[in-house]
Design a protein around this ligand. Structure first.
Ligand SMILES: [Zn+2]
Length: 208
């Protein structure tokens, strides 16, 4: 279980499940990799206009990096800073290259229909808030390890995170943040035992 300050109220995201939460500008969210082995697909939509979303393509271009690090800003599809990655206590290995898992990737693996997936988790979570998104953007895959060697060298690695490592994201505009504790249990993206596990988050006060 994650260590929490006495005043820190934690919300659980079950392993394989998703959750959306609204953040006001300036508000912070601390996302904890409780067991250290869980990949969390992460999206953001502008509260004011749901067609503006956190874009991995634009973020890579703005940062000239394959994935963001502590201190970096994360950009929208209109190149507006949406989030700041204020803190990252993990070794800092994340992924922006892979699309979220979906029903079709599990079909490719021969799984029966109905396997939980990050795409469905995203859609369910935002619809629970009354949002009908125009598309499912490519997510920031927190703690997902895709070692890059060359153009034919992409691999699926294990998270190198430790239990209790966390990332703090600060909203630079009003956003809807969406998380999916990736349900992948075919590849070892969530660790060698292929077991999705719970993660937790806490929110700062609205005005900081
Ligand atoms: Zn997934």
């Amino acid at each position: 279980m994650a260590k929490a300050a006495p005043s820190e109220r934690l919300t659980r995201i079950p392993g394989g499940g998703g959750r959306a939460v609204r953040l006001a500008r300036g508000q912070r969210l601390k996302l904890i990799n409780t067991h250290g082995s869980q990949v969390v697909d992460t999206w953001a939509l502008s509260s004011a206009d749901h067609s503006e979303y956190l874009s991995m393509e634009q973020t890579r271009r703005m940062l000239f990096k394959l994935w963001p690090q502590q201190g970096d800003r994360l950009y929208s599809n209109r190149r507006t800073p949406m989030l700041a990655m204020e803190r990252d206590t993990s070794p800092g290995v994340h992924d922006t290259l892979f699309a979220c898992c979906d029903e079709w990737v599990y079909a490719n693996y021969g799984c029966p229909p109905g396997h939980a997936n990050c795409r469905d988790n995203f859609l369910r979570a935002v619809r629970d808030l009354g949002i009908d998104p125009p598309l499912v953007p490519n997510p920031l895959n927190l703690w997902m390890s895709i070692p890059v060697h060359d153009n034919i060298g992409l691999q699926i690695g294990h998270p190198v995170t430790r239990p209790g490592d966390y990332v703090v994201l600060r909203a630079l505009m009003g956003v809807v943040l969406v998380f999916s504790a990736c349900p992948m249990d075919v590849t070892p993206i969530n660790g060698p035992d292929c077991q999705p596990r719970d993660v937790h988050f806490s929110l700062s006060a609205r005005r900081v």
